[in-house]
Design a protein around this ligand. Structure first.
Ligand SMILES: Cc1cc2nc3c(=O)[nH]c(=O)nc-3n(C[C@H](O)[C@H](O)[C@H](O)COP(=O)(O)OP(=O)(O)OC[C@H]3O[C@@H](n4cnc5c(N)ncnc54)[C@H](O)[C@@H]3O)c2cc1C
Length: 622
């Protein structure tokens, strides 16, 4: 591209940033210490017709291309079989023809340029395509976003239009045999060729999604003896590059997963992506964005499970009545539905915050690349929570859907067995759930103690005032204030116990992983509970014409808060019993008992009411 064209493009970008709408700034992790504003909270109902249409398009595509031809006939695509592998590639190419491979690529490079939240909406629909969700997900997320966020203009123009149209299949190669969760410890190495025109890359990558038929690989390796990774764009036909056979896997059998090898692979110097040694940060940013989509896939999978379960439970009769009339079945459907509703609120809140942050940064003069990267990095804590909560729910929901189907759940034609196997990977990739759970707490501590972006210390000091307000006999007993009290109680339990554990272990707290995991469980519930509370507050307006639906949504907030109190109470007990003297433990227990005072609602009736709404609607209606 000529210098002139580049300058022209840059001035067009500068011109277009003048009219960008900006938003009040929000810091990642601030949900713990600040009260969100309901009227400013993005909910699924706020999506415009275009976004909904794209979501429906993805769903219809998955049903037509995957569900109807394959699993309805009890057949599963398996890429270890060459014909199926060709079929999966052909499906991806057809998705490209519809523009679905370019959803996250800016229009200037041949994509649809959709915002982050619409991409999240798409991810909630992808589970209809089972393992195709992973194939398309890698193409539109980890495979192409490194170029969208970090690429030069030349790199973007060269690769993105072809990825958007699926002429090129994209993949992301970080993991190595000795470098999984510890991703920066990879052994792959690049050295500059004597004439300075190429890097010579040597090493091996494993578990590479789309790798069996990809044309472009984002490969992470260290240059010389660098401390940190760099990133490269490697093309399939580069000399010294080769691909291993398809892995035989437990699930997502339609998704290609291979090892790839570099034997003095010649990578042109202009294919270095981003800055030298910037690869590790890049990998983390890309994974952080990918985690929200993985969480969205989890919620989509759970809603799929609810829909299947509701239909089957209504039809299936035992002991003279439909099994949907049994309390045990109602408790399962009500529980999954409520969790899906709550986590979905967290997904769209986080995605919207990323979009807003990007807009603010662009308006402040950041380059498009910088704005995207910084916006995603700001919400790392929330992204990790979305991933853990969404994928855990997905696995639990499919397991329960299979149980609701009894023996039929075990039959290939229901697709639940395949869903059960496919769902399981979501807890492993994009960083295992344990790594993500610990990362959420670690990142929060960093922002409180090192960068001082979040003032958790002052928030902790307010806990006694909160406790005094709770002992006030004249305090309002409205349900809304009860809900606020519970939310604050959960957040304060996290602050109180983090402070107590920090005082006891000091820097060694980082080695107390069991305690960090329990703290993380509290933090996760604090975030999701905050989101579902704000969502329903926003929906609870006099102008909301769907009063019946709203009444059930309000009951789901009650149910989520009731259940969260139980989970948080358990985590708190574990933490308190894990350190300190008997006297200290007694003090902590007394404090937590006050912070987590019970919520007087009837969870059995609430779950039954939620299920009734689902069964009457014939599936998830929210
Ligand atoms: C089907 C599939 C597709 C994949 N696709 C891709 C892809 O496209 N590109 C890519 O680069 N990678 C991909 N991966 C790799 C995936 O991201 C890794 O498998 C994952 O990050 C975990 O790494 P690992 O398998 O080495 O497990 P390990 O890191 O060895 O972890 C094993 C266990 O130890 C735990 N553990 C590890 N470290 C710690 C710690 N510090 N503290 C406590 N517990 C710890 C983990 O939580 C886990 O339970 C894929 C994997 C699979 C299975």
């Amino acid at each position: 591209m000529s210098q002139e064209t580049l300058q022209e493009e840059q001035s067009t970008i500068q011109e277009s940033t003048k009219n960008i709408k900006t938003y009040p700034p929000v810091k990642g992790g601030s949900f713990l210490i600040e009260n969100g504003k309901a009227d400013d909270f993005f909910v699924a109902e706020d999506f415009d017709d275009e976004a909904r249409m794209i979501g429906d398009l993805v769903k219809d595509f998955c049903i037509k291309e995957i569900q109807e031809p394959f699993f309805k006939n009890g057949r599963e695509l398996q890429v270890t079989n060459e014909a199926d592998k060709a079929e999966m590639l052909a499906i991806l190419k057809r998705a490209g023809e519809l523009g679905l491979c370019g959803v996250s690529i800016p229009e200037a490079y041949g994509g649809m340029g959709l915002d982050f939240k619409t991409n999240t909406l798409i991810s909630t629909q992808l589970p209809h395509g089972f393992s195709f969700a992973t194939t398309l997900g890698a193409q539109t997320s980890i495979g192409c976003l490194p170029i969208v966020y970090y690429g030069t203009e030349e790199q973007k123009h060269k690769y993105l239009p072809k990825i958007a149209s699926a002429e090129y299949v994209a993949s992301y190669a970080l993991t190595e045999p000795t470098a999984g969760s510890d991703a920066n410890s990879g052994k792959s190495k690049a050295i500059l060729s004597p004439d300075g025109s190429h890097y010579l890359l040597n090493g091996q990558k494993i578990w590479i999604t789309n790798g069996g038929f990809a044309d472009v690989y984002i490969v992470f390796a260290k240059i010389d003896d660098d401390k940190n990774l760099s990133a490269f764009i490697v093309e399939r036909d580069f000399e010294g590059f080769s691909v291993g056979p398809e892995e035989k896997k437990f699930g997502i059998k339609g998704s290609s997963t291979v090892q790839i090898y570099f034997d003095n692979c010649k990578v042109p110097v202009e294919n270095l992506l981003g800055e030298r040694q910037g690869g590790f940060k890049m990998a983390l940013t890309i994974l952080s964005g990918g985690r929200i989509k993985a969480g969205a896939g989890g919620v989509g999978g759970a809603i799929f499970a609810v829909n299947r379960s509701a239909t089957y439970a209504k039809e299936r009769k035992q002991f003279g009545k439909s099994i949907a009339e049994f309390g045990v079945i109602q408790a399962k459907i009500g529980d999954i539905t409520t969790k899906a509703f709550a986590i979905e609120a967290a997904l769209f809140r986080t995605s919207d915050l990323i979009d807003r942050q990007e807009a603010n940064l662009l308006a402040a003069g950041a380059s498009p690349n910088e704005a995207k990267i910084k916006a995603i990095s700001e919400f790392t804590i929330e992204a990790a929570i979305c991933k853990v909560k969404g994928s855990d729910l997905c696995c639990y929901a499919i397991d329960e859907a299979m149980q609701i189907h009894g023996g039929m759940g075990y039959a290939a034609e229901t697709g639940l067995g395949m869903g059960y196997r496919d769902a399981r990977i979501t807890k492993i990739y994009e960083g295992t759930n344990e790594i993500n759970a610990m990362l959420a707490v670690g990142e929060l501590s960093k922002r409180a103690l090192q960068t001082k972006e979040l003032d958790l210390i002052s928030a902790g000091k307010k806990i006694p005032t909160f406790l005094m307000s709770m002992s006030n006999p004249f305090r309002s007993k409205s349900d809304s204030s009860e809900q606020k009290r519970i939310l604050q109680g959960i957040k304060n339990t996290f602050l109180y116990l983090t402070n107590a554990a920090g005082k006891h272990f000091k820097k060694a707290l980082v080695d107390e992983q069991e305690i960090i995991m329990h703290l993380s469980a509290i933090l996760q519930d604090a975030f999701v509970a905050d989101c579902v509370y704000l969502k329903v507050q926003k929906l609870s307006t006099p102008t909301n014409s769907n009063k019946e639906k709203l009444a059930v949504q309000q009951q789901m907030v009650q149910l989520y808060l009731f259940d969260a109190l139980g989970r948080v109470g358990h985590a708190a007990k574990e933490i308190i019993a894990s350190f300190g003297t008997a006297g200290q433990q007694k003090t902590h227990s007394r404090m937590v008992r006050i912070l987590l005072k019970p919520y007087a609602v009837n969870p059995k009736t609430l779950r039954r009411n939620v299920t009734k709404a689902v069964i009457e609607h014939g599936g998830y209606p929210f």
